[in-house]
Design a protein around this ligand. Structure first.
Ligand code: GLN
Length: 198
């Protein structure tokens, strides 16, 4: 089984550990550089990206995380985790840092007050049936680099067409929270990615 870490500084760590466990991966919480080094893949959870970035700096994980991404570690970021992987942020806090490596610009809290939080049946590339996607003060992807594959766009409503799932080599990110609920297929895509890289 691949060892898949969940960055456990802040956010909904437990739900990701459970989803990974149900898929037969060996999930571990990551708070130290040594724990990161033992991982075949890493999930960066949802939560609050400014707090997560500050804690990553304090725990001396930001540089090791950047090195891991540069070294090809598969990483899956959800919501705040997507922001953490992004090269650029619109509407970020002043001086907000990210791990980076994913060639996208995200807009933080993009959906605005009317649709602050919502759910949608979302078509995701590579999955036969739609995913019930839960968005909670989510970012969207404002723009992508040439090497970034768009996996999903919002299908209806005021944000129709906005990019909410992407992949770039071993990096994956979703605006929504695939760890809530009992549908493990998006995590399954990531576990397959980890297996294929290993
Ligand atoms: N709005 C949060 C942020 O900026 C992300 C919300 C989430 O992860 N559910 O980090």
């Amino acid at each position: 089984h691949p060892t898949i870490g969940v960055l456990a500084l802040q956010g909904d760590v437990r739900e990701h550990l459970a989803a990974l466990r149900s898929l037969g991966a060996d999930p571990v919480s990551v708070r130290r550089p040594g724990e990161l080094a033992a991982c075949d893949g890493l999930v960066v959870p949802g939560g609050e990206s400014t707090t997560m970035a500050k804690l990553a700096r304090i725990f001396e994980l930001l540089e090791p995380l950047r090195e891991a991404v540069a070294g090809g570690l598969p990483v899956f970021g959800t919501c705040a985790g997507m922001i953490m992987l992004a090269d650029r942020i619109e509407d970020g806090a002043p001086g907000q840092e990210t791990i980076g490596g994913l060639h996208i610009t995200v807009r933080r809290n993009a959906f605005g007050r009317q649709v602050d939080s919502f759910e949608e049946d979302l078509d995701v590339d590579g999955l036969a049936d739609p995913v019930r996607a839960v968005f909670i003060r989510a970012p969207w992807v404002e723009s992508v680099g040439d090497d970034v594959e768009v996996l999903a766009r919002v299908g209806s409503g005021p944000a129709v067409g906005r990019i909410v799932a992407v992949r770039q080599g071993p990096l994956m990110a979703t605006s929504f929270h695939p760890e809530v609920g009992s549908d493990d297929r998006v995590h399954g895509m990531f576990v397959d990615l980890v297996r294929s890289v290993r």
